[in-house]
Ligand binder design. Structure first.
Ligand code: ADP
Ligand code: MG
Length: 593
């Protein structure tokens, strides 16, 4: 082929930046979360690199983040004592959109194969920094890397395709190490530079960042001072009586100071009694980047053979929503820590079986080595014991939702994760007794509201031995099946299995509370009320007719028999005892098309 002339794409960088930032962030206030997570990443990087290069920490300053506001001028300053940036790093990191220094760092660390490095690095995409322009007209980044003896200032404006870098020369502005970002807020966004606003944002979005975040707050204390005699004279005509009695008055002295605004002790190390639901919810939303509160949580410590602490959550929504979701065991739903150090969230069924992979949470163990690898995880006896305990706790938590006074909660759970539990019936026989009480079905007595198997069993007639079900493609066809007639006459309840996976799940369970599941469409349905005398009579009367019908239908049916299971319909087509039910047959057909 002839080679054409090559062109580079042209782009208006400032427009592109604007587009990226505004489409990624629908909510302006996240700018603070992004900048704090960059600061936290920078502190993490420093801590990690200084293990092998202690020189990086030679400036004896604490690892921390400080945020100061100037509400009169609409300025916010965020300062960290992290790894900082050299001049070249400023160009590379802040001068290239969508190129993330954090991603590069991660890659380098992975290549050098050092364990534990991935700890908590939030940034991955390389656009977080630009969210500063959601609220700022101008941003400066003054930064000092321990690898350089100079401090540099990056400066950029909104709607401008360029930026400047200069050396910091003002001795007042020199910092020992780290980065100071100054936001000059747009006119309409000046309200963000309010100390209380910042405090709320930190509590909302960055409560569980693992370095202390201090905010600059106005404080006050009351003290008693002697009443000023000149004042007394001025106010003399107001209230003469009290004036005479009081010789001192209380005044509020105002001053400004740094205040620790986040919680740096991991929430799972606290006593569950001292943690509020709101705190669990915030922790959950922060850690898993969720916007809805969880349906339930469970915070526990196990002792004995293996010791660990854990908080588990049931999300409010399954990631695939209501549709036919695929169960994905490779979620990043469980974060494993060893002695409070984040190890990994990449599991593939080691800590939870596939069907429970929707459960989110953290697990912190003191018994695993810090350099635990995937191979170790897969082989570990400790992990196997942990898995068993975690699964039990997850079931307790789900059972808790089902026992909640608010029936809506479990309805929500069931709508999102019912399929997962049915899958559990197929994949986890040892846990059948935990899964079965959590299942829900419609029935001939309850077409609007789902019932549990316990409710079914409570409603059983005294002489009824089995749990009856019919599988169908819809509630309407389940309701109208002629198989129901005799059972309804006897007021036996029949479960309506209308989800394709229902029948497979029930066949796997086989029984519940020693009562067998019985398909009412199968050939040998015995309702325990046979009258042998009468059957004999009828057989004699209609036997020849059956033979005749069988002859006429030939191979289309396996046999034609006299049935005692109908009351008003003249005949019914049933499946053989060992064959597929009509429903299964339909499913199998659907799959081969
Ligand atoms: P991300 O965090 O996804 O990597 P950002 O746009 O948020 O992308 O930041 C870009 C890069 O700029 C970071 O990866 C990091 O290398 C650098 N950076 C940003 N803020 C800081 C900071 N406070 N200290 C040191 N480096 C920083
Ligand atoms: Mg970032």
């Amino acid at each position: 082929d002839p080679v054409g002339e090559r062109f580079e794409y042209q782009a208006e960088v400032s427009r592109l930046m604007d587009l990226i930032v505004h489409s990624l962030y629908s909510n302006k206030e996240v700018f603070l979360r992004e900048l704090i997570s960059n600061a936290s990443d920078a502190l993490d990087k420093l801590r990690f690199l200084s293990v092998t290069n202690p020189d990086l920490m030679k400036e004896a300053v604490d690892l921390e983040i400080r945020i100061q506001t100037d509400k009169d001028n609409g300025i916010i300053t965020i300062t960290d004592t992290g790894i900082g940036m050299t001049r070249q790093e400023l160009v590379d990191c802040l001068g290239t959109i969508a190129q993330s220094g954090t991603a590069k760092f991660l890659k380098a660390v992975k290549e050098s194969n050092e364990a534990g490095a991935e700890s908590n690095l939030i940034g991955q995409f390389g656009v977080g920094f630009y969210s500063a322009f959601l609220v700022s007209s101008r941003v400066t980044v003054s930064t000092k890397s321990p690898k350089s003896d100079k401090q540099y200032v990056w400066e950029g404006k909104a709607d401008d395709g360029s930026y400047t870098i200069r050396e910091e020369t003002d001795p007042e502005k020199l910092i020992p190490r780290g980065t100071q970002i100054t936001l000059y807020l747009k006119h309409d966004d000046k309200a963000f530079a309010h100390p209380e606003k910042i405090q709320n944002l930190v509590k909302n979005y960055s409560q569980f960042v693992s370095f202390p975040i201090y905010t600059w707050q106005e404080k006050g204390f009351t003290k008693e001072v002697d009443e000023d005699p000149s004042e007394e004279k001025k106010e003399g005509n107001e209230d003469v009586q009290t004036e005479k009695k009081k010789k001192t008055k209380k005044v509020v002295e105002r001053y400004w100071d740094w205040e620790l605004t986040n919680e740096t002790k991991p929430i799972w190390l606290r006593n569950p009694k001292d943690v509020t639901t709101e705190e669990y919810n915030e922790f959950y939303k922060n850690t898993f980047k969720e916007y809805l509160d969880p349906l339930a949580s469970s915070h526990f410590t196990t002792e004995g053979e293996v010791e660990f602490r854990s908080i588990l959550f049931v999300p409010a929504l399954s990631p695939a929503g209501r549709g036919d979701d695929i169960v994905n065991p490779k979620t990043r739903n469980i974060r494993l820590y060893v002695k409070r150090v984040f190890i990994s969230d990449e599991f593939d069924g080691e800590l939870f079986p596939r069907y429970l992979s929707f459960v989110k949470g953290i697990v912190d163990s003191n018994d695993l080595p810090l350099n635990v690898s995937r191979e170790i995880l897969q082989e570990s006896r400790i992990i196997r014991i942990m898995r068993k305990r975690l699964v039990r706790k997850a079931f307790d938590m789900i059972l808790g939702i089902s026992l909640s006074e608010n029936r809506d909660d479990y309805d929500k759970f069931w709508e999102n994760f019912g399929k997962h539990l049915k899958l559990g019936c197929m994949e986890d026989h040892p846990n059948h007794k935990r899964i079965a009480p959590l299942l829900r079905f419609f029935s001939s007595h309850s077409e609007q509201e789902l019932i549990s198997l316990d409710e079914y069993v409570e409603n059983m007639k005294p002489e009824q031995k089995d749990i009856y079900y019919i599988a169908a493609d819809s509630l309407t066809s389940a309701k109208n099946t002629p198989f129901l007639e005799r059972l309804l006459e006897k007021e036996y309840e029949v479960l309506f299995l209308v989800d394709p996976i229902d029948e497979v799940a029930i066949t796997n369970l086989k029984s519940y509370k020693e009562k067998n599941f019985v398909d009412i469409s199968k050939e040998d349905l015995d309702l325990g009320d046979r009258n042998e005398e009468k059957e004999k009579e009828i057989k004699q009367e209609f036997g020849q007719m059956c033979d005749w019908i069988k002859k006429r239908l030939g191979d289309k049916v396996a046999s034609v028999q006299i049935s005692n299971r109908l009351s008003t319909s003249p005949c019914v087509l049933v499946s053989g005892k060992f064959g597929w039910s009509a429903n299964m047959e339909r499913l199998m057909k659907a799959q081969t098309i």
